[in-house]
Ligand binder design. Structure first.
Ligand code: SAH
Ligand code: SF4
Ligand code: F3S
Length: 467
């Protein structure tokens, strides 16, 4: 494994300065998962290192970057619609550059489509080419030709990419890139490439620096964080990394996502339970409750394995909360398979579910499977799943009513006068602030849970902010 270090490109910065004497502005928008949000923050950091001012609207921008997602067809359609909508702006504004990056453009067919049908797209680069962006922009300015990189399978890791973080108290740290799991429905291993881990010392240094800057909610990112460590010189696994980070002193919470049930171990749960800073929350995507479907999906665990892990976590951390992803309508999913998913949802008791209807991704193994169930039937299944989830979550919320929780305040609620915050176990609560809480965002606060509306906990601040 090769590790490189990003260095700012002085020549690119000079070219930008002379091409845009009034100052250049860049607008960046990310679609898709948190990996992409984090990549987006790095893209903004790299652009700022070239002298771009980051702006909030497409209209003001001299450079528009769309950081795309390929996980479902709907996600791709949305991006293409948004790219299409840029055409009039491009015609109106001289010097405007449009760059498309992210997972979508790691597919040959998409790059071809952009080449042929979207001639106003100037630059295309994949998620593992963010460090080369200054060079690509410089080339576009110098050569007056489009720069459309083909999909690339680079396997090195670039450290020290600058980041323009969206929040002053919440931050992401990628600990690994790519995915080797090849779940049969999923495009991610094809577009993000092979799994590779950052060195523990690099993760620790970034983590320390965030804690020192006052970040309070730090999330470790990866498609499968608990297989962290494969291929490292030092024999370090995810549990070791958690232990190392948790030892850093400070008033912060540590979270991670996503962990794959096949690699989640009792050791990991023990470490979380015994930690000072790690949130008592597991986002453990189950995808299906049917063993037959799990096998077809290549998930490498059974329903019983999964439930055993959940039971262990509940035993070790009575306050633990679970969230999950569920894929409805995988090719050949029968009514019986689906009912297995419903019963699993009841058995686990999830605080939140992210539910998706299966979307065929060309190149994946599942794409060649017969898929006899109609889309209509699948939408009915997903509606039934959501109904079941709503019924189950009520019991959990009821159980929390009357308790006092330490909450990290995240933002103002859309309901006037209220604030939203996150509890130690990751649950969100909407609450009435106390009289002296004008600038509470980013601070901890004790909140008494008074009830709930739909699946949102409601509460009221207890008098004193906590320390
Ligand atoms: N690495 C994570 C998930 C990444 S993708 C994990 O293994 O859990 C996020 C979610 O998108 C997945 O959990 C899955 O539920 C959903 N997903 C992935 N491929 C999909 C597809 N082809 N159609 C619909 N949903 C999909
Ligand atoms: Fe996709 Fe499976 Fe990898 Fe998650 S673990 S990114 S679902 S292949
Ligand atoms: Fe989408 Fe890529 Fe994430 S496909 S879900 S943005 S890894």
């Amino acid at each position: 494994m090769e590790y490189l270090t990003f260095t700012p490109d002085g020549e690119a910065a000079r070219l930008i300065a002379s091409a845009y004497p009034q100052g250049a502005k860049a607008y960046m928008r990310s679609f898709g998962c948190q990996q992409n949000v984090n990549d987006g923050e790095r893209i903004k950091g790299v652009l700022a290192s070239m002298g771009y001012m980051i702006c909030d609207s497409e209209e003001e921008a001299d450079l528009i970057v769309f950081n795309t997602c390929a996980v479902r067809e709907h996600a791709e359609q949305r991006v293409l619609g948004n790219i299409g909508a840029l055409k009039p702006l491009k015609e109106r504004k001289r010097g405007l550059m449009i760059a498309i990056c992210g997972c979508m453009v790691q597919q040959e067919a998409v790059v071809e489509k952009l080449r042929k049908s979207y001639p106003y797209v100037d630059i295309v680069f994949g998620p593992n080419a963010i460090d080369t962006l200054p060079g690509l922009i410089a080339r576009r300015l110098r050569e007056k030709k489009r720069v459309l990189l083909p999909p690339s399978q680079r396997t090195d890791i670039v450290e020290a990419l600058p980041a323009r973080r969206e929040s002053a108290f919440k931050a992401f740290i990628p600990i690994m890139y790519g995915c080797d799991n090849f779940c049969s429905y999923c495009i991610v291993p094809y577009v993000r490439g092979r799994e590779r881990s950052r060195r523990p010392a690099d993760v620790l240094a970034e983590f320390r620096s965030l804690v020192e800057q006052g970040y309070r909610d730090i999330t470790l990112l990866g498609q499968n964080v608990n297989s962290y460590g494969k291929g490292l010189e030092q024999p370090v696994d995810f549990g070791d990394l958690l232990t190392m980070l948790d030892a850093v002193p400070g008033d912060y919470r540590l979270r991670f996502m996503t962990s794959h049930p096949k690699d989640a171990t009792p050791k990991m749960i023990d470490i979380i339970a015994g930690s000072r800073h790690i949130s008592h929350h597991l986002h453990l995507p189950v995808q299906s409750g049917s063993d037959r479907i799990l096998r077809e999906m290549n998930r490498k665990y059974t329903r019983a394995d999964y439930l055993k892990l959940i039971a262990y976590a509940k035993e070790k951390m009575p306050d633990v909360s679970f969230t999950s992803d569920i894929l409805v309508g995988f090719p050949g999913e029968t009514e019986e398979d689906f009912e297995d998913t419903l019963s699993l949802v009841t058995e686990v008791g999830y605080m939140q579910l992210f539910t998706f209807i299966y979307s065929k991704r060309s190149g994946t193994r599942a794409a060649s499977l017969p898929d006899p169930v109609s889309y209509r039937e699948k939408t009915q299944r997903i509606a039934r799943l959501k109904e079941r989830q709503e019924a189950c979550v009520k019991t959990l919320l009821q159980g929390l009513t009357g308790t006092v929780q330490r909450v990290l305040v995240e933002e103002k609620s859309r309901f006037k006068g209220r604030l939203c915050g996150r509890m130690d176990n990751n649950c969100m609560v909407e609450f009435l602030p106390g009289p002296n809480m004008k600038n509470a965002v980013g601070e901890y606060q004790n909140v008494r849970i008074t009830g709930f509306r739909n699946s949102v906990l409601l509460g009221a601040a207890e008098d004193l902010p906590t320390k």
